[in-house]
Design a protein around this ligand. Structure first.
Ligand code: 5AD
Ligand code: SF4
Length: 478
């Protein structure tokens, strides 16, 4: 087994972490000597990009401890669930997946590790403890770094180990990471959220805002670039408040300018931006930084000022529309995407009409649309749901139909255009074709023998639908 060194900072600041990793690695070496086998792991990720990035840390820790990731449908000894609780159907799916593994666990002697947002809720942990006996280890979002210790305890005692920290921890830099991709990477810039939108569980499970230092972020991106990474996506529940907790103003815009100087990085994306914090300096940075892609995800949630107030969003319909005008003036070819919730308690036909009105006025390239889901512990969960479910379904369908028509119309405009695409590799749906993303984040499928994953291509768009573009590879451009 290969031995890797930890950074001096990790050894100095978090010696116990390094120690537990070594101890589990020793257990695994003994296991391999005894059985001739290596223990395998598999990770199932649910939810947002923050969870995707966390799963890369978990994969990094497991690899460092001497486990190997399974390939294909091979059975695993450890199955890790990185969970999401933003809506009830996410939780239901996760319970379903965990339950469905009962036979596999019995057959292969495997066990389940459940971690992430859902585990920060005490009622979930109780349910898992009482009803899902293959789940042997549970930890939350604030103590990912204790995973090696918990794993060691389980492997040596075979007793369930449940450990969830209530409060957020300091940021631990330099934890091991096994990146899913080489050509593009997620980079955390801020953890947690201070906004407390009334429907949202995230601040309750991810804690208060904590920004990474700009030096650490830039050092990480430089190292990624040296390793062949071409696109970074800066992550945070609200990237626009990056640096506020460090006592700095407009640090996010400064970060974007600083990334301009990193050789090798060709594209910068970020998400998510809260409209109340979208500053003029950020809009200027988006205009001036050539690497920042012309795409902005700006969650609307509702077009009704009355509902926005009940949601504690701190902006009005008019303010949102004026922001869109401002950003379009600065970056005329920008693609705008959004999140919208339908059926928030008290939403009237008039309120819903305001949402449709904003959708018609802004003409988003794409929208993630959700039916409101009450989340235990949030202020909105105490509001009575006074809208009949058939009305919510009708509104949801009306919104989806409108948005799909707009997305299709906007996509059609790309037919005949030649666009820059960063190739992600064979398409998941059809491995015979390549897929990649435009700078506006549109998915493109195309055929070309002369290009590989991680390359940039010019692609001529032949056919366009709401969710994908079909193209013809023209030439490789990098
Ligand atoms: N119900 C429905 N949608 C929600 N979202 C967050 N909380 C809820 C909820 N309780 C949506 C918001 C957010 C996205 C990530 O999930 O639109 O922007
Ligand atoms: Fe949730 Fe609002 Fe924070 Fe986004 S900004 S994570 S919707 S509380």
């Amino acid at each position: 087994m290969e031995t890797k060194k930890f950074s001096n900072r990790l050894i100095e600041n978090t010696p116990e972490f390094c120690d537990w990793v070594e101890q589990v690695r020793n257990l695994n070496m003994a296991y391999t000597l005894e059985t001739g086998k290596t223990r395998k792991f598999k990770i199932d990720v649910f939810g947002c990009q923050m969870n995707e990035r966390d799963s890369e840390t978990i994969a990094g820790m497991l690899t460092e401890m001497g486990f190997e990731e399974v390939s294909g449908t091979e059975p695993a000894d450890i199955i890790v669930f990185v969970t999401c609780c933003v809506r009830e159907n996410a939780e239901e799916r996760i319970y379903g997946h965990i339950g469905a593994l009962t036979a596999e666990c019995a057959e292969h002697g495997s066990f389940i590790v459940a971690c992430g947002c859902m585990m920060q809720q005490p009622h979930v942990v109780e349910k898992i403890r009482n009803s899902y006996h293959n789940v042997k280890i549970v930890f939350g979002t604030h103590n990912i770094h204790t995973f090696p210790e918990l794993l060691h305890r389980y492997l040596t005692t075979r007793k369930k180990v449940f450990s969830v920290w209530e409060k957020e921890n300091r940021i631990i830099e330099d934890l091991p990471v096994k990146r899913a991709e080489k050509h593009k990477a997620w980079v955390n810039i801020i953890f947690g959220c201070n906004n407390f939108c009334s429907y949202c569980i995230v601040p309750h499970v991810r804690g208060r805002e904590r920004s990474r230092s700009m030096d650490d972020i830039l050092a990480e991106i430089k190292a990624l670039a040296e390793d062949g990474c071409k696109e970074v996506t800066l992550l945070g529940q609200n990237v626009n408040s990056y640096g506020n907790d460090l006592g700095e103003k407009d640090l996010f815009a400064r970060l974007l300018y600083a990334i301009e100087d990193i050789d090798g990085i060709k594209r910068v994306r970020f998400m998510t931006s809260h409209p109340k914090d979208l500053s003029d300096s950020l809009i200027d940075a988006m205009k001036n930084c050539s690497k920042v892609c012309n795409h902005l995800h700006l969650p609307l949630q509702s077009g009704s000022t009355r509902i926005l107030e009940k949601m504690n969003r701190k902006y009005t319909k008019e303010h949102y529309l004026s922001l869109v005008e401002k950003i379009r003036k600065a970056v005329p070819d920008i693609a705008l995407t959004t999140d919208i919730i339908v059926g928030f308690p008290g939403e009237t036909e008039e309120d819903f009409g305001d949402t449709l009105d904003v959708v018609r006025k802004v003409r988003f390239d794409a929208a993630f649309m959700f039916i409101y889901s009450p989340r235990k512990g949030t202020p909105a969960a105490k509001l009575e749901q006074d809208i009949p479910s058939d009305i919510i379904s009708r509104r949801f369908k009306e919104l989806v139909d409108l948005q799909t028509a707009i997305s299709t119309e906007l996509a059609k405009k790309t037919e005949g255009q030649i666009l820059e695409v960063l190739v992600d590799g064979p398409s998941k749906q059809n491995p015979g074709v390549l897929s990649g993303r435009t700078r506006t984040n549109r998915l493109v499928n195309f055929r070309a023998e002369w290009i590989e994953k991680g390359d940039f291509a010019e692609v001529e768009i032949i056919r366009a639908g709401a969710f994908w573009l079909e193209g013809r590879g023209v030439r490789k451009i990098g």
